[in-house]
Design a protein around this ligand. Structure first.
Ligand code: NIG
Ligand code: FE
Length: 421
């Protein structure tokens, strides 16, 4: 049993199991000078420190006392969009972009996703797992306790399976919880450049059945954008995925108004991601279908672009909004959700409260996990992060600094940076 007490603010997000829309995104249900009682993997009590129940406490229990430390407790971040299996980084592309080259120009010249495909194919599964495991530790160090993780740099049956098996192998090795997504339709590989229809058939006829049969992914995603997959191609792939029992998510309207958000609404996707180019009719379609708008403003920021997704319009229309990093070696090389909150508040005019909701309960909902994750209430899994700030608004406001002091996953303290000082 673990008692966490004297926490300046316990940001509980008590409320509906999810998702939170409109004004409900601002209701964090904060307990001032709060405490949390954990037994095993679960939270058993949350309330003010002065009301901690003395009856029912085990004879021996561990105490974490935040007195004098100025700490805020939040549900561990749920990062609902990442691409963490890759063989190497692409700092050269970042350098080129700093000199004015665009993401698309670099991709056309052989960089972009294709560069990562070459690196991944050259790497062994062990090398990929070792690299990903190091990143997974850094996710935990920044307060993230669950990630959605995509394949998508293999682009062949063997290499996509290899990527998903790397994720499966890390489930036993890392304390970070991983929700795998198959993204064989991230791009058309070079060897199919003149036969893209054949590649799409292989995705539908070979890859999806195998991934579903072996239980290697919970979701299927498609990069639906100009230069990548069309709406028709994406529809065919996602319908096959749905039939195979996979949930669906879409990279939609990132580079152009591709029709991806409309397709997400049509197919009842749980999440439509990016959405930089959507218009009012797309927003209305997402609202009607109840699809979560997963915004990844770190990609816009890192690519040096100025057109951010219309977060305010989405929230005001009643679309549930989630935030994620989009961690990948090309468009967004960060795994720090705290920084994503800063970008969301400064560039998309989300409030700090909305950003916290988006990064926890709404993200959990988009993964189908909001019954177990995303808020600090009785019976939920004890996934908690303690930040060294006196007020939760300082997490985005004091930006570029890792405020995470302690990360608790399933009731275990897996990171304690206070001990290092
Ligand atoms: O989400 N948009 C597609 N995929 C990634 C970029 C991948 C890459 O450049 O390696 C993204 O931004
Ligand atoms: Fe992405």
């Amino acid at each position: 049993m673990l008692l966490i007490k004297n926490i300046n603010q316990v940001v509980t997000l008590r409320g509906e199991p999810g998702p939170r829309c409109g004004r409900a995104m601002s209701d964090l249900a904060i307990i001032e000078n709060g405490a949390i009682l954990v037994r095993g993997e679960r939270i058993v009590w949350v309330g003010p420190t002065k009301e901690v129940p003395t009856r029912g406490l085990d004879f021996r229990y561990e105490t974490f006392d935040g007195v004098g430390l100025d700490l805020v407790a939040l549900p561990g971040f749920v990062d609902s969009h990442t691409h963490p299996v890759f063989g190497g980084t692409r700092a050269g592309e970042y350098d080129l972009r700093s000199q004015g080259k665009s993401y698309q120009e670099i991709a056309t010249a052989g960089g972009g996703i294709h560069a990562s495909v070459r690196q991944l194919r050259a790497a062994s599964a062990d090398q990929l797992a070792d690299r990903a495991e190091r990143y997974f530790r850094q996710f935990l160090e920044h307060g993230t306790t669950t990630i959605e993780a995509k394949s998508g740099y293999g682009l062949s049956l063997e290499e996509e399976i290899k990527s998903l098996q790397v994720l499966a192998s890390l489930r036993g090795r890392s304390r970070l919880e991983i929700v795998p997504t198959f993204l064989g339709a991230h791009d058309v590989p070079d060897e199919y450049r003149h036969a893209r229809g054949d590649y799409i058939r292989r995705i539908i006829d070979e890859m999806i059945p195998r991934v579903a049969q072996e239980g290697l992914a919970h979701f299927c995603d498609v990069f639906c954008d100009s230069g990548y997959f069309t709406v028709e191609e994406s529809r065919a792939i996602l319908q096959a995925a749905k039939q195979a029992g996979l949930g669906i998510r879409i990279h939609a309207d990132q580079l152009t108004r591709s029709g991806g958000a409309m397709l997400a609404a049509e197919l009842g996707a749980i999440s439509a991601d990016h959405l930089e180019w959507i218009d009012d009719s797309d927003i209305e379609a997402l609202r009607k279908s109840g699809t979560v708008a997963t915004l990844v403003p770190g990609a816009t920021f890192n690519l040096g672009l100025t057109r951010y997704p219309p977060a305010r319009k989405l929230i005001e229309a009643g679309v549930p909004v989630a935030l994620a990093t989009d961690f990948n070696p090309g468009s967004c090389y960060t795994l720090n959700m705290q920084l994503i909150l800063s970008i969301a508040c400064s560039h998309m005019r989300m409030t700090p409260a909305e950003a916290v909701t988006a990064a926890t309960i709404n993200a959990a909902f988009s993964l189908g996990l909001s019954e177990r994750l995303g808020s600090l209430v009785e019976d939920k899994q004890a996934d908690i992060t303690l930040m060294t700030v006196p007020d939760y608004r300082e997490i985005p406001y004091f930006f570029g600094v890792n405020h995470c002091a302690v990360t608790i996953k399933k009731g275990n303290i897996v990171i304690n940076r206070l001990e290092q000082t």
